[in-house]
Design a protein around this ligand. Structure first.
Ligand code: FES
Ligand code: FES
Length: 156
């Protein structure tokens, strides 16, 4: 069936079975390969994207369920966030192998949109569903705090 998706601000018509996971459409049909496949069971966070601003696991949500909703992938976030989260990620040298990192950044972006100055506990809670096999968690926390500080400085 033909499904209308709004991805990164653009309407795209895709041909897919209604129950195809959104992740497959993002990666295989639309070739937005920044979003990763990890577990396929909503357990690792590698496939995290935003749905109407909230962080969701795209591996478990059928594409028909998100028709017409606002979907943002890491590629869409890159256009808007290069001055805060991405800068902080680079300056804290967060990335090791990199596989989990687009999911980490998408969860961090959803957190900061909702809570611009999160406590360590709020960071840990928001990021608890994003697994990093390389153990970059301390640097992720530092980068989120740094990005929050950039945003606060920019608002002064
Ligand atoms: S691939 Fe979706 S949560 Fe792991
Ligand atoms: S940086 Fe390697 S899995 Fe997170």
């Amino acid at each position: 069936m033909s499904i209308s998706l709004k991805i990164n601000g653009r309407i795209q018509l895709v041909d897919a079975d209604a129950d195809t996971p959104l992740l497959w459409v993002i990666r295989d049909t639309l070739k937005l390969v920044g979003t990763k496949f990890g577990c396929g069971m909503a357990q690792c966070g590698a496939c995290t994207v935003h749905l109407d601003g909230a962080a969701i696991r795209s591996c478990m949500i059928p594409v028909a369920a998100v028709a017409g909703k606002d979907i943002t992938t890491i590629e869409g976030l890159s256009e808007r966030e290069e001055n805060s989260l991405q800068r902080a990620w680079i300056e804290e040298d967060v990335v090791q192998c990199g596989y989990c990192q687009s999911g980490q950044i998408m969860s961090a972006a959803a957190l900061l949109a909702e809570n611009p100055n999160p406590s360590d506990e709020a960071i840990d809670n928001a990021m608890s569903g994003n697994i990093c096999r390389c153990g970059t968690y301390p640097r992720i926390r530092k980068a989120i705090r740094r990005a929050a500080a950039y945003a606060e400085d920019a608002s002064l």
